[in-house]
Design a protein around this ligand. Structure first.
Ligand code: G4P
Length: 524
């Protein structure tokens, strides 16, 4: 019997892991998958990650995407829940890919290195989550090593992120003496043997707690636990779901400890698929009609066929194999003949997917980032963001005869989100924009391998790019006409203002008060 939609939605948890490089994201991912039975052997995720450590290796990986794509989304079950873990690229240069992925999750796990606390990348990713009110579960990792004092860690989260903390578990010891966690509200102990269940105890003084530690650390632990129970905030589901409070777990991903508490916490507290804002109305996850949007495109699944996989987040209804969907941007129907689910090592044909699920839709360029698919309804999801590029370059082509081919290729790359493309109003050659320099390497390599277009990049006259708009269209037009040489159109024909430097931008913003200059644009 098919699963009723309400039940299917209630079971789902769609999340990402945010972390500064080296905090343990890969190790934790692997352990979560192990618990979910999605992989048998630890080390598989890691093995893939190792390959993309260096710049030159990145290119090879790009070509081997057919293998690595399976880690873009990982689905596993634990208890009654279905978890969809959306992977984000580790390298900062691909940050815009990460931000787009965050638009498709309902919650995030923030991994913190217990010795290092909040690091810059964590802070940045947290800010993106906050913009979207994504609830955050915190996992303080590497407790098996020298760690900061637990209160200090909690305090740092509160101060640096302006986020209330509610420790759910408390570490028993740290470094060499890390031997388990104490569940504060349940008064239960989980020893650092992943297989053991939580054991109820009478309180912090119980031998089952202090007995885990060497004598000289016992009193301190009892004191800490008592203070924690008195002074720390209790977990508050509403505050968490609204993004004001984070439950905190402690553990060691490497030693497979604390991971089970985390996964159970996600199942208990993390929200099921949320309602999604579309342009004309709010779409509820349990509505019967299918709606979904594209947040990521992966090309080169098979280099000979130039096919792409569009990663689609289902927002409502049931996405069924073989169904006809409407691609709202073009108004054309599209047959979803082979949607796919992804697991750690494999992908399978998806017969049906519910809100919160992510399916891959193979296509030959029909779908692009930000696209909405429905069962016929004219709605558009907003919120897959576009970030103003920080590097702008002109593409120099060795062979002028191939200009048209280059234009097409750049257009495709822009649709996939590899780069952003801007066509100057004055007819000069297109400008590509990226957030990180490695994206340019990927573009160059792909143009060469897939399109036999050897290109180079040259500095553009500009270094700053902003989307421009105004309440009064006539005022926008006046601005455009007064700056013709500094205006370009993006892929959607929306106008951008290009400035040589921040100073120039600020100068114009001062003079043209009715013009809005945006560094972020949501895909339409
Ligand atoms: P990342 O994806 O966030 O970049 O981090 P990753 O999981 O790759 O972990 C970074 C390093 O930290 C790895 O060591 C990993 O083994 C180690 N690590 C992760 N979790 C824990 C933990 O709970 N405790 C301890 N002690 N170490 C942890 P590496 O030396 O870079 O790699 P490897 O040679 O160990 O594979």
């Amino acid at each position: 019997m098919p699963e009723p939609i309400q039940e299917a939605v209630a079971r789902r948890r769609t999340f990402a892991i945010i972390a500064h490089p080296d905090a343990g994201k890969t190790t934790l991912t692997e352990k979560l998958l192990l618990f979910g039975g999605a992989i048998q052997l630890a080390g598989e995720v890691k093995a893939k990650k190792d390959k993309i450590q260096t710049r030159s290796d990145w290119m090879k990986i790009e070509r081997e995407r057919g293998i690595s794509v399976v880690t873009s989304v990982m689905t596993f079950e634990y208890g009654d829940n279905v978890f969809n873990l959306l992977d984000t690229p580790g390298h900062e240069d691909f940050a815009d890919d990460t931000y787009r992925t965050l638009s498709a999750v309902d919650s995030a796990v923030m991994v913190i290195d217990a010795a290092k606390g909040i690091e810059p990348r964590t802070l940045k990713l947290f800010e993106v989550c906050r913009l979207r009110d994504i609830p955050i579960v915190t996992f303080v990792n590497k407790m098996d090593r020298e760690a900061r004092n637990t209160f200090e860690i909690l305090d740092e989260i509160e101060q640096k992120l302006a986020l209330d903390t509610a420790p759910v578990t408390w570490p028993i010891g740290q470094g060499k003496t890390f031997s388990g966690t104490y569940h504060l509200s349940e008064n239960a102990v989980r020893r650092s043997d992943a297989e053991t269940e939580r054991a109820k105890v009478n309180g912090p003084e119980s031998d089952k707690v202090a007995g885990l530690l060497p004598e000289n650390e016992r009193d301190q632990l009892i004191e800490e636990l008592e203070l924690a129970r008195e002074a720390c905030r209790p977990f508050d589901l509403k505050a968490f779901r609204e993004g004001h409070l984070t439950p905190v777990y402690f553990g060691s991903a490497l030693r497979n400890f604390g991971v089970r508490d985390l996964i159970e916490g996600l199942g208990d507290y993390a929200p099921p698929p949320r309602d999604q804002e579309a342009d004309t109305r709010t779409v509820h996850a349990t509505e019967p009609k299918m709606t979904s949007f594209v947040f990521k495109i992966q090309a080169n699944m098979d280099p000979n066929h130039r096919d792409r996989i569009a990663f689609v987040r289902v927002c409502s209804g049931t996405l069924e194999r073989g169904m006809k969907a409407k691609l709202v941007r073009t108004g054309k129907p599209m047959s979803l003949s082979a949607p796919q689910f992804f697991f750690a090592r494999s992908r399978i044909t998806a017969d049906e997917a519910f809100a919160g699920d992510v399916v891959g839709i193979p296509n030959h360029g029909t779908l692009r980032i930000g696209d909405t698919l429905t069962e016929g309804e004219e709605i558009l999801f907003r919120g897959v963001p576009n970030f103003a590029p920080e590097i702008l370059r002109r593409v120099r082509l060795g062979d002028a005869m191939k200009a048209k081919k280059l234009k097409e290729a750049l257009h495709q790359m822009a649709e996939e989100g590899v780069v952003q493309l801007f066509s100057p109003e004055d007819g000069s050659p297109a400008i590509v924009g990226v957030v990180g320099a490695l994206q340019l390497d990927v573009l160059k390599e792909r143009l060469s391998v897939e399109y036999t277009l050897p290109v180079d990049f040259e500095m553009a006259r500009f270094s700053v790019c902003r989307w421009i708009s105004a309440n009064d269209p006539a005022e926008l037009q006046r601005f455009i006409e007064a700056h013709r040489g500094d205006i370009a159109r993006d892929l959607d024909e929306d106008p951008v203002f290009l400035a040589q430097h921040e100073f120039g931008l600020n100068y114009e913003a001062e003079r043209w008060k009715q013009i809005k200059f945006d560094a972020i644009k949501d895909y339409q």
